[in-house]
Ligand binder design. Structure first.
Ligand code: GP9
Ligand code: MN
Length: 659
């Protein structure tokens, strides 16, 4: 058949019907995107992506109907209806939860049905018929104008399919450019929908869930025995000198965004300290300051750090565990302490869906989540990057903390010191760095601002008396300055170049633990984020020997001498492995005997394998520590300050630019 013949045939067949369906569907979806969802569109690329992303879905899904020889129109209308229904379900869900429907949400619908059912009716209105307007128009057209169209040609489908794939790849390419690693870092559903649309998001979500389910399905009770044996052999017993020294005290965690250890005691060329407050903590003798402590995060960044700290398990080698393993069973620190009479809460000036926190925190057993909706996000100057600036954040969070029933276990996640670190004019008069790299230069100002905010927080805690009743743990969540800035970093550190070993040491983040009544001091032992939970629980007088975890108490004389990175490299006091190569930890030189890393390397590999097994196969569902009651995520709801029936007001979220 010639080209002209094919064109004639397509035009006279279902193609016109199909084209109308695509256009109507596109317009409707776009209107929904602009009017219902608050996606935080803030540049022209994003505007453009939002406009084109329904096209690839429309072309592809509606095009499927052309495959069938017989009831083409009927099938196309049915597909249109299903897609419309999916969009509408998301709209209704969004009106209540400010979030999008995911596979786990559908799975849980059974248990939430009562609650959802009663509120769903309040969330619908007659005007919503608009979301099905295109389906109705198609039905009318099918019965009138397009009553007698000829059967589609299958080769037309090929062209259409190619067009759909091309549009999709174009869409994805632009999205990746605006937001690198969109799919692998899969931050927030808002971002995925903004860049790829609700329909593609649903497909992505289904694929992710199938992957996760199959690994999990293969596992059985016997798998947990292997892990238990490993755990018993590697358990670090507590130090009797510290065990129970903080028994019954409140716990206050502070996640210090992107804060690296090289900043402690760092002086600007004019002699000013960047973080005088944290420096004073490091040297006051009453706080443990760990100066050889490493972040162990992967792509899940802040959320990976949270996961490590509270579960003493390693995050995933790719993707964020908060997103990909949000339905697993965990026996996290908040849940453990909740069952010992603690109230538990997180304070964070970003919206709850970011990093899927609103789902994961339920599995971790958090009673309350004070997210951005509890904070004044509208006062000009309060918000930067991902959310609340640290100073107004702590200012507004303290009164909420003071109202909490004690003892409490709380976590404050700071935000200001986030890439790209640029401050708003007026927020600091601290000098910027003087390298040729503006990211590095701005980091000093931003870290200084965070330091001031932390001082303000501590002052408030001292004033209201909580300081004397609380164990306070501050930790840098992960690096802030990536390897892309090594040239400037060499200048900052005063070294000719950043060697592999210096690079490994740049992964040090500071850890501070303040326990009222306990002397502290600078601690040089090597540790990682995975080690904090046993350290904390032992201070609180809870022996961790019955928990499946991988950390080693930092204050124990038997604390191990290495910390691993998520990519399998590690640091120890004698040798350091970077990119699989073995270096002398003291000289930084390549070891002539490369087997010097072998013994720790095999321990590291073993440990990561064990932890990955627990997480990927969801093994904790087969193991309940004595005295621990399994968490039921359905017992938790984070619906915002206005309560259940109230919709949350979500302001435009400025999209982050990650590294
Ligand atoms: C966002 C904040 C920053 O809520 O935790 O995320 P990051 O990019 O550092 O993981
Ligand atoms: Mn972070």
């Amino acid at each position: 058949m010639g080209k002209v013949g094919l064109f004639q045939k397509v035009k006279n067949s279902h193609f016109a019907f199909y084209a109308i369906a695509v256009v109507l569907f596109w317009i409707k979806t776009y209107i929904a995107y602009r009017t219902v969802f608050k996606l935080g569109i803030d540049n022209n690329v994003q505007k453009f992506l939002l406009a084109i992303n329904p096209i690839s879905s429309a072309l592809l899904f509606l095009g499927l109907a052309l495959l069938s020889k017989k009831h083409t129109k009927k099938i196309m209308i049915l597909i249109d209806f299903i897609l419309s229904f999916l969009l509408y379900a998301n709209i209704v869900y969004y009106r209540f939860f400010n979030d999008f429907i995911t596979v786990p949400v559908i799975m849980q619908a059974k248990s939430n049905a009562g609650e959802l059912g009663s509120s769903a009716a309040n969330l619908m209105s007659y005007t919503d018929v608009f979301y099905f307007a295109d389906t109705i128009i198609l039905i009318v057209l099918a019965l009138t104008v397009f009553k007698k169209v000829v059967s589609p040609n299958r080769s037309a489908f090929k062209i259409i399919f190619l067009a759909a794939v091309t549009v999709f790849l174009f869409n994805l390419g632009l999205a990746e450019k605006d937001r690198p690693q969109l799919l692998s870092r899969s931050f927030d559903r808002n971002y995925l929908v903004k860049y790829l649309g609700t329909y593609n998001f649903t497909i992505f979500d289904i694929i992710q869930n199938i992957e996760a389910t199959s690994q999990r399905a293969m596992a059985s009770t016997s798998d947990v025995t292997t892990v238990e044996n490993y755990r018993n052999a590697t358990y670090t017993p507590p130090n009797p000198a510290y065990f129970g020294k903080a028994k019954g005290m409140n716990v206050i965690y502070v996640s210090m965004e992107s804060f690296q250890n090289f900043m402690i005691d760092y002086r600007m060329p004019n002699g000013q300290l960047v973080t005088p407050f944290l420096d004073s903590l490091a040297h006051d003798g009453n706080t443990f300051y760990f100066d050889n402590f490493y972040h162990q995060t992967g792509q899940g960044k802040t959320s990976d750090a949270e996961f490590l700290m509270e579960n003493s398990l390693y995050p995933l080698s790719s993707g964020a565990v908060f997103i990909n393993k949000d339905q697993n069973t965990y026996q996290a620190a908040p849940a453990i302490l909740d069952q010992k009479g603690y109230t538990t809460a997180v304070f964070h000036g970003n919206y709850k869906t970011f990093w899927n926190r609103n789902v994961m925190y339920k599995q971790l057993g958090y009673d309350q989540f004070f997210d951005a909706s509890y904070f004044d996000m509208t006062t000009p100057g309060n918000v930067k990057n991902y959310g609340m600036k640290d100073k107004p954040f702590f200012q507004e969070a303290v009164p909420m903390l003071e109202k909490m029933k004690q003892p409490f276990y709380t976590k404050f996640i700071t935000l200001s010191n986030h890439f790209p670190f640029e401050m708003d004019p007026g927020d600091t008069n601290f000098p910027a760095g003087n390298t040729d790299d503006s990211i590095v230069n701005d980091y000093f100002q931003s870290a200084h601002y965070m330091d001031e905010a932390l001082k303000q927080f501590f002052d408030a805690l001292k004033k209201d008396g909580l300081y004397d009743k609380s164990i306070i743990i501050l930790y840098g969540d992960h690096y802030g300055i990536s390897e892309n800035h090594n040239e400037a970093m060499a200048k900052v550190l005063g070294v000719p170049k950043i060697t592999p070993v210096i690079n490994a040491k740049l992964q040090q983040v500071p850890l501070f633990i303040h326990v009222p009544g306990v002397k502290g001091g600078v601690q040089h032992q090597i540790g990682g984020e995975v080690d904090v939970r046993p350290t904390l629980l032992h201070l609180l007088g809870i022996d961790t020997k019955n928990y499946i975890e991988f950390g080693s108490d930092l204050l124990s004389p038997q604390h191990r001498d290495w910390a691993l990175f998520r990519n399998g490299d590690f640091v120890s006091s004698k040798v350091i492995q970077v990119n699989g190569k073995c270096y002398d930890a003291n000289t930084g030189n390549l070891m002539t005997d490369q087997t010097a890393c072998k013994s720790i390397n095999s321990q590291v590999v073993n440990e990561l394998e064990m932890s990955d097994k627990v997480v990927n196969e969801d093994l904790l569902r087969f193991y309940t520590p004595p005295g621990f009651k399994p968490i039921n995520p359905n017992d938790y709801q984070y619906l915002g300050p206005k309560g259940k029936k109230q919709k949350q007001v979500q302001t435009t979220q400025v999209p982050p630019t990650g590294e």
